[in-house]
Unconditional design. Structure first.
Length: 200
């Protein structure tokens, strides 16, 4: 992270879009925001570091609260969920309420159902098909499906095929209520988003 600080400082002076940093560690978050980042993406929704809410609130920054399960070590070895959509919804409600109690403005919060994080492939598909449930929580909804393992279960391992599968999920996510999509192929996703928005 510390090698990224000069990059953040340089970008902050020349770009007019928000700079987001992925971290669940409060010291890293604090330095990143001091360097010019405006948003933090926390895959644990503040579960891994109790100091994260205070850092975001004091910086008056934005945050993406993502649903995940387990610890950092057991994130990808979780047991199956009985009702993945309901569990993700309840977790995100609790995370947003906690963030607001910490002093983070509601308009500074984005939610992410965490496709693939502690979820079996079919659970990720169930969550993706039910995005309207999360849209109703009243916060911008971010979805990251790009090249995720559940797409590999549906298609081949070929990177080109994975990108086509990702494209299908990006369109589905937008049609089901996603406001932000996180991708590897930005140019492709921009076309998909523009056309899908126009159709909607």
């Amino acid at each position: 992270m510390w090698r990224a600080l000069p990059v953040i400082e340089r970008l902050a002076g020349i770009v007019n879009i928000p700079i987001s940093v992925d971290t669940y560690r409060a010291p890293v978050a604090k330095r990143a925001m001091e360097a010019g980042a405006q948003m933090l993406n926390d895959i644990s929704a503040f579960r891994f570091d109790d100091n994260m809410p205070r850092v975001v609130a004091e910086a008056r920054g934005g945050v993406v609260l993502m649903h995940s399960r387990g610890s950092r070590e057991t994130l990808h070895t979780q047991s199956r969920m009985t009702d993945p959509v309901r569990e993700v919804q309840q977790n995100l409600v609790g995370a947003t309420e906690g963030a607001r109690r910490a002093g983070i403005l509601s308009e500074s919060i984005v939610i992410d159902p965490g496709i693939g994080f502690g979820k079996a492939p079919d659970e990720s598909v169930a969550v993706l098909k039910s995005l309207q449930v999360f849209s109703k929580l009243g916060y911008p909804l971010l979805v990251g499906t790009s090249r995720k393992s559940f797409i590999r279960r549906i298609t081949a391992e070929n990177p080109e095929v994975l990108d086509w599968g990702t494209a299908a999920t990006v369109v589905a996510a937008i049609m089901n209520g996603a406001h932000i999509v996180r991708v590897h192929e930005v140019r492709q996703a921009r076309v998909l988003a523009d056309v899908t928005d126009r159709l909607l």
